[in-house]
Design a protein around this ligand. Structure first.
Ligand SMILES: CC(C)(COP(=O)(O)OP(=O)(O)OC[C@H]1O[C@@H](n2cnc3c(N)ncnc32)[C@H](O)[C@@H]1OP(=O)(O)O)[C@@H](O)C(=O)NCCC(=O)NCCS
Length: 190
């Protein structure tokens, strides 16, 4: 199965969503967006210091653009890059080449408008086109929004590491591991 990029969707508010593979020219928008999400402090693990500067973002992007079976897909909402999903295979090689991990984020102003669902739909299509059999995601135990999104796409909880993170204003949370067997997904539609 090949995917006909770019993929086009409509947001809940009627705006145009385009999902495509990232390009080097997206680095400033990806850097600014990831920094904004990291500064919120409660959704993703990476700290603002870990995001680093623009050259650090370009280097992260370079890995995705030059490594087989890795992908960073970006979401454009009315022509602006507002978020991304990153997919990469298991880290070891032959033993874990059948699954990939998934990480997704959107800038705060673009949430709740079905852009995340568009990114997930595209990510699942990409993973199937690369013959992955499974996708895994790790999510903070209090991130109900992300868990709802993953559940809608057929992910199920597979494990829970107790009290792995301390989040500002929230406290201790678990690390929830969710997985989706491909070929078996609910393929929630927009
Ligand atoms: C999680 C995230 C990617 C979801 O993307 P999104 O575009 O906001 O989500 P969508 O609008 O496509 O909605 C998907 C589902 O999320 C849930 N959802 C939507 N808005 C919500 C809200 N305000 N509160 C709680 N859940 C909500 C609903 O189940 C919704 O499905 P529905 O529209 O069929 O009811 C996005 O909110 C985000 O980037 N959050 C911060 C970063 C993050 O948490 N990343 C995941 C780390 S594991």
């Amino acid at each position: 199965m090949t995917v006909g990029w770019p993929l086009r969707y409509s947001a809940k508010d009627g705006r145009r969503i385009i999902i495509r593979h990232a390009a080097y020219g997206d680095a400033p928008a990806l850097h600014a967006g990831l920094l904004e999400v990291a500064r919120e402090g409660i959704h993703i693990g990476i700290e603002p210091e870990g995001v680093g500067d623009l050259p650090a973002e370009i280097e992260r992007l370079r890995r995705y653009l030059t490594t087989p079976r890795m992908a960073r897909l970006v979401a454009e909402l009315d022509g602006q890059v507002v978020g991304a999903v990153s997919l990469k295979p298991g880290p070891f090689g032959r033993k874990d080449r059948h699954w990939c991990s998934l990480e997704v984020w959107l800038a705060p102003a673009s949430r709740g408008n079905s852009v995340g669902s568009a990114l997930m739909t595209a990510a699942l299509s990409w993973a199937e086109s690369e013959s992955f059999q499974k996708i895994v995601a790790a999510v903070f135990g209090r991130n109900e929004w992300a868990m709802a999104l993953y559940r809608e796409f057929g992910f199920r909880p597979e494990g829970r590491q107790k009290e792995m993170f301390v989040l500002p204003g929230i406290g201790c949370v678990d690390n929830v591991l969710m997985g989706l067997e491909l070929g078996n997904s609910s393929q929630a539609s927009l």
